[in-house]
Design a binder for this molecule. Structure first.
Ligand code: NAP
Ligand code: ZN
Length: 352
């Protein structure tokens, strides 16, 4: 066991502050990674403020962060896929049972015994797992992925959650050339969804509540932008979408989007607002539409996504901040004021 520097929250109402946490010494199958960059996901904010308490209560102190990119500093004796000096990345999962049908299919995100990168029981040290707002992390090599060396590192970190969470459902629902695809909410996840849908060759329509994001949406790859609070603009697209990905973090009306799906169209929620969202049955019945949700992605698909990003030189648009600005960044997330992902330069933690 050793002490690592971190930023943690001590309660649902306290700010994140500098702290020290225990990390395990690498075991035979572990890699130890010096964290260089960690993206800020809206999930970090939901969990730090205990907004998902009815689903999974937060244990404090909480060290968030699951968009982790760094360099391997040491490896255990049985590690075969990494060596010191390699780039390595860690997303939302750090363990699973590896024996259930989901794990055997490479769909670890559905494993009933999955261990999340933070706020999950830690079988090694007791307490809960601690995330990437830290100078280092120790993880089983199965849950670390390789980062293509051509990618900008700060921009690649958010691929580990915002990237895979949008890539995976679009692959699952067959987003390809000729499909009309909607992306709701141009935040961290939404802007990655636009980049992927564009790269897959779809006709991409962004739905935003922020008129000032219109030019950016087009630059990111959208063919059209709809201001979702304008009912007339919405109506023009009635019954026309093959697929809609909803990446909104707050309460909003999903019925307005279900009505835009064509026959057999599908809408997938990746955004996870604190409160339940009402759904009118007729919006599904008429048109045999479907509504689903999707969590992150498995390890093989995460590597596939990173390799795809390497080939297409695709990363998140990031605003790099020192860790000392993390509380300010959370306030800005709540105001939809992010272009389009905050990434923490973890070198800033050295001065704490
Ligand atoms: P984010 O960067 O804060 O973006 C959310 C966007 O939603 C905002 O930029 C805004 O876009 C829109 N929005 C915010 N408030 C709204 C409101 N009241 N009505 C309508 N639109 C609103 O968040 P994120 O990091 O992308 O995460 C989005 C959600 O996905 C969060 O709930 C997060 O927990 C969840 N998530 C889920 C998974 C998963 O596995 N399913 C993984 C990661 C994150 P506009 O300004 O364009 O309207
Ligand atoms: Zn996330």
């Amino acid at each position: 066991m050793y002490q690592a520097k971190a930023y943690s929250a001590s309660s649902a109402t306290s700010s994140l502050a500098s702290s020290t946490i225990a990390r395990r010494d690498p075991t035979a199958r572990d890699v130890q990674i010096e964290v260089l960059y960690c993206g800020i996901c809206h999930t970090d904010l939901h969990v730090v403020r205990d907004e998902w308490k009815e689903f999974v209560p937060t244990v404090y102190p909480c060290v968030p962060g699951h968009e982790i990119l760094g360099r391997v500093t040491s490896v255990g004796a049985e590690v075969t896929r990494f060596k010191p000096g390699d780039l390595a990345a860690v997303g939302c999962l750090v363990d699973s049972d590896r024996t259930c049908p989901d794990c055997l299919a490479g769909l670890e995100q559905f494993c009933a015994n999955g261990v999340l990168t933070y706020n999950s029981p830690d079988k090694h040290l007791g307490g809960v797992t601690y995330g990437g707002y830290s100078d280092s992390i120790v993880v089983d090599e199965h849950f670390a992925v390789h980062v293509p060396s051509n990618l900008n590192l700060a921009g690649a970190a958010p691929l580990l959650c915002a990237g895979i969470t949008t890539y995976s459902p679009m692959r699952h629902w067959g987003v390809t050339k000729g499909k009309k695809v909607g992306v709701v909410g141009l935040g961290g996840l939404g802007h990655m969804a636009v980049k992927f849908a564009h790269a897959f060759g779809a006709h991409v329509v962004v739905f935003t509540t922020s008129p000032h994001k219109k030019d950016d949406a087009l630059r990111l790859g959208a063919n059209e932008v709809v201001l979702s609070r304008n009912a007339d603009e919405m109506k023009k697209h009635a019954g026309s979408f093959d697929f809609i990905l909803d990446a909104v973090a707050a309460s909003h009306d999903v019925n307005a989007y279900l009505q835009l799906l064509r026959r057999d169209g599908a809408m997938t929620l990746v955004g996870a607002p604190e409160k339940p969202l009402p759904v009118a049955a007729f919006n599904l019945i008429l048109g045999r539409r479907s509504l689903s949700g999707s969590p992150i992605g498995g390890l093989p698909e995460t590597q596939e996504m990173l390799d795809f990003c390497g080939e297409h030189n695709l990363t998140a648009d990031v605003e790099i901040i020192p860790i000392q600005k993390v509380n300010e960044a959370y306030d800005r997330l709540l105001n939809s004021d992010v272009k389009y992902r905050f990434t923490i330069d973890m070198a800033s933690l050295k001065s704490e």
